[in-house]
Design a protein around this ligand. Structure first.
Ligand SMILES: Nc1ncnc2c1ncn2[C@@H]1O[C@H](COP(=O)(O)OP(=O)(O)O)[C@@H](O)[C@H]1O
Ligand SMILES: [Mg+2]
Length: 266
């Protein structure tokens, strides 16, 4: 069994054997295998050269933001992002490398329902019509995993929290929610676009406020782990948003100066 450090080092420097391409990836993400302490581990490898340029994010930097997102989740103590590292070298050049999560769709956390079928304790987000004209409601569960993710997305300024970027793994009979695809994060302008608006304006649970406060106390550690990947201004904004969350004591609400949900939502 590899230790966390061994695993990070292996992901960052071990020889990758590319075994496939993710057909639904807009950034030419590849699937690769890697041997770690005698075990074969599967990873996602996104070479910077494969990134599709965007008008509002710097070119070739999205993978670095994914590494920073991993450190943010780990620094909050929530560990919802699979281990993600930066590789200076790889079969298709420098890029990010992330552990593959064997899992399924997050139907127990977020889903579409007929209006009358939304579970009583779920939070409805959007109403619309589907491709055959039937009324549908997008709703998500009222659970701590999604509360943490909503806060994480706000801190990371995630512009792309789709339902399809959630994976649920089952290990020892315990379901675990994972979040992936964090390239569109840490912009200096507010860009939060998410499907997790069910908590908007609600009071932050005490345990979450405590986690944010303790993250702020150890902000220097976070800064050191991501300074190679994020511009100083992007980092300073994370700190400012964390302080603001504690001060306001409530989950953020949608802004009125831009789209609040990503498209498509899945
Ligand atoms: N760490 C991972 N574990 C399992 N599946 C993943 C992982 N990362 C990506 N995927 C799968 O690959 C697809 C494309 O990856 P994504 O991160 O969305 O790439 P892109 O940057 O191109 O949007 C995801 O929708 C998901 O199905
Ligand atoms: Mg994607």
């Amino acid at each position: 069994m590899a230790t966390d450090d061994n695993l990070s080092t292996a992901l960052a420097t071990g020889p990758l054997k590319v075994v496939g391409r993710l057909v639904d990836s807009s950034n030419n993400a590849l699937v690769a295998d890697l041997e770690v302490a005698g075990e074969l581990r599967r990873v996602v490898y996104k070479p910077a050269a494969g990134e599709r340029p965007l008008w509002d994010f710097p070119d070739g930097e999205l993978g670095r933001r994914e590494v920073a997102a991993f450190h943010l989740s780990a620094s909050l103590g929530w560990d919802q992002v699979p281990l993600t590292v930066w590789r200076d070298e790889g079969p298709a050049g420098a890029g990010m490398c992330q552990l593959w999560i064997d899992g399924g769709t997050p139907d127990d956390y977020i889903s579409l329902f007929a209006p009358a079928a939304v579970p009583a304790d779920w939070l409805a987000i959007l109403q619309g019509v589907d491709s055959v004209g039937a009324e549908v409601v997008l709703a998500h569960a009222d659970v701590v995993e999604l509360q943490r993710l909503a806060v994480f997305d706000y801190l990371a300024n995630n512009a792309d929290r789709k339902a399809g970027h959630l994976i649920v793994s089952e290990g020892d009979g315990i379901a675990r929610l994972w979040a992936i695809d964090h390239g569109l994060t840490f912009h200096t302008e507010p860009k939060l676009r998410t499907v997790l608006w069910g908590f908007a304006g609600e009071e932050l649970p005490r345990t979450i406020a405590i986690d944010i406060a303790s993250f702020l106390e150890r902000f220097g550690d976070f800064e050191r782990s991501v300074s190679a990947h994020l511009p100083d201004e992007g980092l300073a904004r994370v700190n400012a948003r964390a302080r603001e969350l504690i001060e306001v004591g409530r989950f953020p609400a949608p802004r009125d100066d831009g789209p609040a949900v990503p498209w498509p939502i899945f």
